[in-house]
Design a protein around this ligand. Structure first.
Ligand code: MGD
Ligand code: MGD
Ligand code: SF4
Ligand code: MO
Length: 714
């Protein structure tokens, strides 16, 4: 793949960026697999080739192959934009844009207090950016109002893993371990489309059990496909635990030596006998038994969850129920077996460790822990009392924008909530009600289109940094081309704003290596300890998984921790904890006016809100428009045929999508990808009901009706 190279770069005196190398070993800009690539910049094009690397072993998906097209996208942002008196965004110079932002932020803070300014980050930001964004919010803005799009992604699995194991690292083992398994259960994940190169590990030896209401590309490769009603995984997991106990598959010595709380968890699961589970989930008893037998008889087994099981108003309890099952079978912390969740965004793992989440400080520390506050205050040169407390979660933050008690200004770095947040029409109204919306991006996203000020920033192959992949391994991203003239890095933007708001420039370094060295100190002693990881060690090709403190007993350098929990779990007593969870219904059930379930998710050729992939011609050819997948009988009842335009309505609103009939679909369930903008946004219908613990919205279950549509999707 190639892309046009832009006009010759300008290296101004105020930029500290090193010159990029013409060939750079780096990683894909998209998902958490972070496939390794080599980029080569020639006179007129950048080309990409996969590298041999444990997770992708020379493979790339279609998005990775076409990623260089992003560098040459014709509508690339190249200059700041400021909304004028006429209501239109117009080019402005950097000083004008930054002075305007700083002036408005200062005025808002003086009149309404620091929480009148909010920040929204993203799991695609490098570790250096995520860390700096959190530090900027807490020490320059002094606002508690910061959260990020990872709340929509990893928060339920993270909450469940922290409670069970005392630590949340998506996969507490290297991806390649999966290649040695006999059986792998995938609950609500479709990696054949969302992480294609992962499939080589998943299917190398193992038989797959897939739990998905749809017969996905992944389910088609499974030995066993359980096809439950959406929103019933919790009942199913309880039923599988019940069967594991009654059929004698529980690992009693492991329970005694390594866990606590089994009796309380069993007291809940005991009433979930297989026939009752069949009634609630629709999964036949014999299929439940087969699944438990496969898992129980395997000598190496893994249970993995994806967003299908987690993006529910009971996502935390559902992930906990799958962890309970894994614990009963003795899998976590046992070599060759385990539980994991498949982290989604490029830096979804690192993004949740460095302090852009409302309740966290760097090193995966809690913002309410006095010792954590004291440590960070020292690293940042502020007093512990000056650090704000926890703020609102992502949806609650968006929902409060522009309300009397809510924030009046929002700075967005690395997210596109106008498309990807639930109840998107409402969120769009809230964004429009702000006094000031600032969006930093490299493309004019749907959220940028609503902004008062848009700041053009560099993208992956134009800058250096680190990301942490789904197995907790820290990786180097490298620049291979100069950014277009007029574009700054996120770190430069935050530095310039900090200076204008009265913070000395040296407090906000713009060299990624310097930021990383500060991040190492900030994370030292925390749960996600990066203090032993350095750019030099990464340059030397070391595979470093956190935690990686500076020293290990008897060794000069800590070797990192590819496998967690082999000796003990991270709770003080070293034991993993069962959670006493039971099933509850989704917030909405299909009935009356809205007789069907709608669920949402992803297709291979588009990424997230589509802000990036909708700008790549090959990907648009493969997945050009919103669609709604349904059973032919469901279509017929709604007077729809394959290829017709449908309107999908819920209590929140309606969206438009092309009908795609699939005879393997459940009769009661339709599916929509969420990658498209405008009137085709799947999130116009989704339910912002939140999980009480993780504050994750219920993206995967809405009650809807379908009928013929009347307008073309825009
Ligand atoms: N092509 C592509 N790849 C991506 C991304 C992308 O946007 N596009 N995004 C990345 C990110 S950030 C993430 S988080 C990951 C997500 O990766 P996945 O979790 O694999 O993706 P989803 O498609 O959201 O959901 C997976 C499956 O859940 C199923 N599902 C829906 N409702 C339920 C339910 O109630 N129970 C169960 N068991 N399953 C259900 C859906 O049918 C879907 O097939 O993908 C990453 N990779
Ligand atoms: N209905 C439904 N909705 C969902 C989901 C679902 O399954 N169903 N999944 C949810 C999940 S798991 C996720 S992760 C979210 C993702 O939701 P979004 O936040 O919409 O994710 P992206 O589309 O990746 O948006 C990232 C934006 O930041 C820009 N960007 C990328 N890198 C950088 C950078 O380094 N700096 C700056 N300043 N900008 C950058 C991109 O161009 C893009 O505009 O969507 C959630 N929404
Ligand atoms: S699987 Fe993910 S990291 Fe690998 S090439 Fe595709 S999008 Fe990129
Ligand atoms: Mo995600």
């Amino acid at each position: 793949m190639s892309a046009d190279r832009r006009a010759a770069p300008q290296r101004t005196a105020d930029t500290q960026r090193p010159a990029p190398q013409p060939t750079a070993d780096t990683h894909c800009p998209y998902c958490a697999l972070q496939c390794a690539t080599r980029l080569t910049a020639a006179a007129d094009a950048v080309t990409v080739a996969p590298r041999d690397f444990p997770v992708n072993q020379g493979g790339l998906c279609q998005k990775g192959w076409t990623a260089p097209a992003l560098l040459g996208t014709p509508d690339r942002l190249r200059t700041p934009l400021v909304r004028g008196a006429d209501g239109e965004l117009a080019p402005a110079d950097w000083d004008t844009a930054l002075d305007l932002i700083a002036g408005r932020l200062r005025a808002l803070r003086e009149r309404h207090g620091p929480d009148s300014v909010a920040v929204f980050g993203g799991g695609g930001l490098t570790n250096e950016k995520a860390y700096t964004l959190g530090k900027f919010a807490r020490t320059v803005l002094r606002t508690s109002q910061i959260d990020y799009n990872g709340r929509f992604c990893m928060s339920s699995a993270a909450a469940a893993a922290n409670a069970a194991f005392g630590l949340d690292r998506g996969l507490p083992f290297p991806v390649t371990d999966l290649g040695e398994a006999d059986v792998i259960l995938l609950a609500g994940a479709n990696p054949a489309e969302t992480m294609p190169p992962l499939m080589r590990h998943l299917t190398r030896r193992a038989e797959l059990i897939v739990i998905d209401p749809r017969r996905t590309a992944t389910a088609q490769r499974a030995a066993l496909h359980l096809q439950p009603m959406p929103g019933t995984d919790l009942a199913l997991a309880l039923g599988l635990l019940h069967l594991a106990v009654v059929e004698g598959y529980v690992d009693k010595p492991y329970l005694d030596a390594r866990t606590s709380g089994f009796d309380e968890a069993w007291a809940q699961a005991v009433t979930w006998w297989p026939e009752r589970v069949e009634q609630v989930t629709g999964v036949p008893v014999d299929e439940q038994r087969t699944a438990v037998r496969m898992l129980g008889e395997a000598s190496r087994a893994y249970i993995l969850t994806g967003r299908g099981a987690e993006q529910h108003s009971k996502g935390t309890d559902t992930a906990a129920a799958f962890i309970n099952l894994a614990l009963a079978l003795g899998l976590p912390g046992t070599p060759g077996s385990g539980y994991g969740c498949l982290t989604g965004q490029g830096n979804g793992q690192g993004g949740r460790e460095h302090g852009q989440k409302a309740d966290q400080l760097p090193g995966y520390r809690s913002i309410t822990d006095p010792a954590a506050r004291a440590h960070l205050a020292e690293v940042w040169g502020v007093t512990p009392d000056s650090l704000p407390g926890p703020g609102r979660s992502a949806y609650e933050l968006l929902d409060a924008l522009g309300t009397p008690d809510g924030p009046r200004a929002l700075l967005v770095f690395g997210a596109n909530p106008a498309v990807s947040a639930p109840h998107a029409a409402h969120v769009t109204r809230r964004l429009s009600a702000l006094d000031l919306l600032v969006v930093a991006d490299f493309v004019p996203s749907e959220t940028a289109a609503l902004a008062d000020v848009v700041l053009p920033v560099t993208q992956w192959a134009e800058e250096d940094g680190t990301v942490t992949n789904l197995e907790g391994r820290v990786l180097r991203r490298r620049a291979v081309v100069d950014a277009p003239a007029g574009v700054r890095t996120d770190l430069e933007v935050l530095n310039a704003l900090a200076v204008r708001l009265g913070t000395p420039a040296e407090r906000f370094p713009t060299r990624p290596r310097e930021v990383f060295d500060e991040l190492r100190r900030a994370s030292r002693g925390g749960r996600a300890d990066y203090s032993g990881i350095s750019y030099d060690r990464l340059e030397a090709g070391e595979a470093l998984h956190w935690p990686c403190p500076e020293r290990a007993a008897g060794q000069e350098r800590h070797p990192g921790t590819p496998r967690l929990f082999l000796d003990r779990f991270a709770h003080p007593d070293g034991r993993a904890r069962f959670a006493p969870v039971t099933h509850r219904a989704a917030d909405e059930s299909p009935e009356g006016e809205f007789p069907l379930f709608a669920t949402t998710g992803r297709v291979l050729a588009q990424y997230q809100s589509g802000a990036q992939t909708r700008r790549v011609p090959e990907l648009m050819a493969a997945a050009p428009e919103p669609y709604v997948e349904m059973h032919p009988d469901t279509a017929r009842r709604a007077r729809l045929t394959d290829g017709a335009l449908a309107e999908v309505r819920s209590a929140r609103g309606r969206t438009l999508a092309r009908v795609k009939v699939t005879d393997t679909a459940r009769l009661d369930t339709v599916f929509l990808p969420f990658h498209f903008p405008g009137a085709g946004r799947a999130n116009l219908i989704t339910n912002p009901a939140l999980d009480p613990v993780s504050r994750m919205p219920e993206f995967k279950v809405s009650a809807v009706a379908v009928s013929p549509g009347t307008e073309e999707p825009s």
